[in-house]
Design a protein around this ligand. Structure first.
Ligand SMILES: [Zn+2]
Length: 654
């Protein structure tokens, strides 16, 4: 499970002190930021070559996620890239509008905003698109034409996906309203002609890695594997993974071989074997995540969205997160919930701070700052989990965030100062607690067979994220952190205050991301809304204040905040442990899903006035092998393109 830090506000500086360019440009609500990976040059040649092959395996699967997200995505992208890649002679105002839309399309992997799940439409007309496509075609651009199809027919086929906001409007809709089906209301490509009623009683053999298709009376599973759906892309991934194996140490090689086997067979038992082998690989400097991982895009919370990351360990920062991991049992023994849901023995929580080399699919260009895997609850309980915090991503966020951001929503000068002094530190600490202690913690009832997601259905992800956030908020205030040397002596109170203030503010500030409707879809946003609004209703920890026509969420009582967090955590853990769907539904409906649109309008006005971005898309580092006369790789160079368009066109042509 990821912590998408893009749904939180960020660290202290807007100054680009190092002389590097972090913030490259603004496109509508999005910031485009360059990611740097400084330690790469210090890796051994073997590790660099390993990274190079894994990097290619990551890019090779990128189109899988495009297709999973929307059936029209690849054709739409083909049209846009034809224009952007062959622009000679296109009127500048048309080219400019198409380029801006295309950048948002790339950042969001299609026409749906990654946070609101809703469709966004171009600022250019269908006629302008037709004109641009005509010129690009004359310039020699290839187009995603079906056999025998004309350009006019292609554009007619894509007219509504591009331009009609009400046609297939929401990629994932977990709460479509009374009487509406969540699969029917979600336009992603994980299901075709399937409703929840069809799925009831149908046993999926490949729950994580298949697309379900309704064929008359029956359901068919199209399995993602070599020879199955996405065979071409998966075969290329496998080819690059095979090339990587000789450069990997024994534990990584075993994991990569298990992954290759899973990609070939698609069998759940092979996926389990891969998860276990990946977990056992705890010492290597270079690692990868590559597969069908997170289930947020599926309203049922079952189907995995494809993603890939390649990364290496950041040794200094890893020492701090490993300290937390070493004490995982201490935290588990003190979880503020019914003792029967505490793990008697916490196994195998390994935690590392990493530098990302590349992220594709579900994790890029919009990236999380922390990841804890595997998601399979049964494997987590038996074998533990691996947790990574993405150091260079956090750093790039910090370096690219304007300072006005925090000032606008802080009640007092003290609050601003605290945030500037401790905000980044507190955010990183709670992210680590969320991933290492939070997701790794707790037991569930035997009767759930290690699969609480089946009982909690569309609410599982938000409940699980709330649980991990609550664990982090609860223990961030524990003096034990000072004792083990994770928090500097004498600074705990201020750090806790800064974190609680930021958490309360965020429930207000995050509303800027949902410019339409009065409902939150994204699970992490739901959980953050849930926690703050529950605290508002049940404790004295937060008060709502107004000044000069502006609303503020003020954290006013640190002790009450922590006590409230403990109470809510006990209930959220109970809901997960018992698979109490009704209670999950009630909690989220009451506190997590709905918001006041007038308040959102106010927040949007304030944010727009300051011209602050709502989310960030990252330009990844670029790798390039250097070969000698015999073709052997003698070095791998890393560079920073600072150009989203160049990188996206390069990936599409990869
Ligand atoms: Zn999480």
């Amino acid at each position: 499970m990821p912590v998408p830090d893009s749904t939180r506000e960020h660290g202290p500086t807007g100054q680009q002190t190092s002389g590097r360019r972090y913030l490259l440009e603004r496109v509508g609500e999005a910031a485009v930021v360059q990611l740097y990976a400084d330690g790469f040059d210090r890796l051994s040649l073997t590790n660099k070559v390993l990274c190079w092959h894994l990097y290619q395996a990551a890019i090779a699967g990128r189109d899988i996620y495009y297709d999973q997200r929307y059936a029209h995505n690849l054709a739409m992208r083909g049209v846009l890239e034809a224009i952007v890649g062959h622009p000679a002679g296109i009127p500048p105002e048309i080219l400019d509008a198409v380029t801006r839309y295309t950048k948002l399309f790339w950042i969001n992997t299609g026409p749906f905003n990654n946070l609101t799940a809703r469709k966004f439409v171009p600022a250019f007309t269908p006629d302008a698109l037709a004109q641009a496509v005509g010129i690009a075609a004359a310039n020699g651009a290839p187009l995603p034409l079906r056999p025998g199809e004309t350009i006019e027919q292609l554009l007619a086929r894509l007219h509504r996906p591009f331009f009609d906001r009400d046609f297939e409007p929401v990629v994932t809709n977990k709460t479509p309203g009374a009487g509406r089906d969540i699969l029917d209301a979600s336009v992603n490509n994980l299901y075709d002609e399937v409703t929840m009623a069809d799925v009831e009683g149908f046993v999926e053999r490949y729950p994580l890695n298949s697309r379900l298709v309704g064929r008359g009376e029956t359901l068919v599973e199209e399995v993602y594997r070599v020879g199955g759906r996405y065979s071409a892309q998966i075969a290329r991934i496998v080819e690059h993974l095979e090339a990587a194996v000789p450069y990997a140490g024994p534990a990584t090689a075993t994991a990569l071989e298990a992954l290759i086997r899973f990609y070939r067979t698609g069998e759940t038992s092979d996926r389990r074997a891969y998860d276990i082998a990946w977990l056992a690989d705890t010492e290597s400097d270079v690692d990868t995540i590559n597969g069908f991982i997170e289930v947020y895009m599926d309203p049922r919370g079952v189907k995995g969205a494809w993603e890939a990351l390649v990364y290496y360990v950041h040794p200094e920062k890893t020492a701090a997160v490993q300290t937390i991991a070493r004490h995982a049992q201490w935290f588990e023994d003190r979880m503020p919930w019914d003792p029967r849901w505490r793990k008697p023995t916490v196994t195998g929580v390994t935690a590392r701070a990493i530098e990302v080399v590349v992220e594709c699919g579900d994790s890029g260009p919009v990236t999380p700052v922390g990841i804890n895997l595997p998601n399979d609850q049964e494997i987590r309980e038996t074998y533990g989990s691996k947790s990574v915090s993405l150091s260079n991503v956090s750093e790039a966020y910090e370096k690219s965030t304007p300072v006005e951001f925090r000032r606008e929503f802080s009640w007092s000068h003290d609050e601003v100062e605290r945030a500037e002094r401790w905000g980044a530190f507190a955010a990183e600490l709670t992210t680590n607690l969320h991933e290492i202690v939070g997701h790794g913690s707790g037991l569930v009832a035997e009767g759930l067979n290690g699969a609480p997601e089946k009982a909690l259905k569309e609410h599982f992800s938000a409940i699980e994220e709330a649980r991990a956030d609550l664990v982090a908020l609860y223990f961030v205030a524990d003096p034990y952190l000072v004792e083990i040397g994770v928090v500097p002596d004498g600074a705990l109170d201020e750090i806790v205050t800064a974190e609680y203030e930021a958490y309360a503010r965020n429930a207000l500030v995050q509303l800027r991301r949902i410019r339409e409707g009065a409902q939150i879809e994204e699970d992490h946003m739901r959980n953050r809304q849930l926690i703050v609004h529950w605290l508002l209703a049940h404790t004295e920890a937060i008060s709502i204040a107004r000044r000069d026509g502006k609303t503020y969420y003020r954290m006013t009582d640190r002790q009450a905040f922590r006590a409230g967090v403990g109470r809510l955590l006990a209930e959220v853990q109970r809901i997960k442990a018992e698979g109490d769907y009704a209670a999950a539904h009630e909690l989220l409906e009451t506190y997590g899903v709905h918001f006041d649109p007038d308040l959102r309008d106010e927040v949007v006005r304030r944010v727009d006035h300051l011209d602050l971005p709502s989310y960030t898309g990252f330009v990844m580092p670029r790798l390039e092998p250097v070969a000698d006369g015999s073709g052997a790789i003698v070095d791998v160079r890393i560079s920073y393109p600072q150009d989203l368009t160049a990188q996206m066109l390069e990936y599409s042509a990869f």
